[in-house]
Design a protein around this ligand. Sequence first.
Ligand SMILES: [Zn+2]
Length: 216
Amino acid sequence: MAISVTLPISPKTFGGYDDPIFRERVKGSILREVGPWSRKPLLNASIILKFGLSGNRFRDGNDLDNLAKLVLDALSLEVKSKGTTWRGYGIIRNDSDVLDLVLIKRVAQPEYIKILVYPREEEEEFRGAILKELFGERSTKTGIQKKYVVFEDLYKATGPKVHSADCLYYKRWLKNPTTTTTWHGPFDALEEARRICERLSIKGKWKCSEHSCVGR
Ligand SMILES: [Zn+2]
C-alpha cells in the first residue's frame, strides 16, 4: 500500500516559521488526487520527495531539507502548532517514523511536488520507481521501449487515465487483477493510448487525463 502523486503546487521553503496555509494546500491536493489515507499511519515509511523548481529560484534559499519540512508535516497525522492540533493527511504519524527519505530537486516549469510514500518492507516493489527518480529513465529498463496503458475505472466515476506500463498502480493490478477495474493495452505509442482514452471518455462523458507517470 502506497501513494504516488504529483501535485501542481509550487514548493515552499520552511524558513523557521510554520505555514498552515501551505500545509493545508498540500493535504487538500493529495486528497483530490488520490483520496484519503484510510489506514493507520505507516510506522516504517520510505519517502521520496521530488521538487520541480523554476530556474530563478533553483539555488538561493531553496535547500532540500527546508523544502521537505512542510510536505512532511502535511503527510503527518497531526501537527501541534501554537496550542492547536492540525490534522494532516496521516500516512505517517510524524517525521520520526520515516526510515528512508530521498530528496530530489530539478529545474522545472511549471513547478511541482512529487510524493512517493510506501512501507519500508515493500521496498523491492518500488525499487524501479526509486531508481527512475534518481537516475532517470534509462537505468530501469535499458533498451526497452516505453509502453502505455489506459485505466478505466468502472466503479468510481473519475474518468479514464493514460498510464505508463511501468506505473506502480498498473504493476500492482497485474499482480492481483480485479474485475471492478479494467486496464486497456499495453500500447506501443502514447498517441494510440490517448485515442483509446478519448473514446472511453466520450462513453461516460468524462475527460481523458494522464497520470503523472506518463510525463516525468
Ligand atoms: Zn500511472
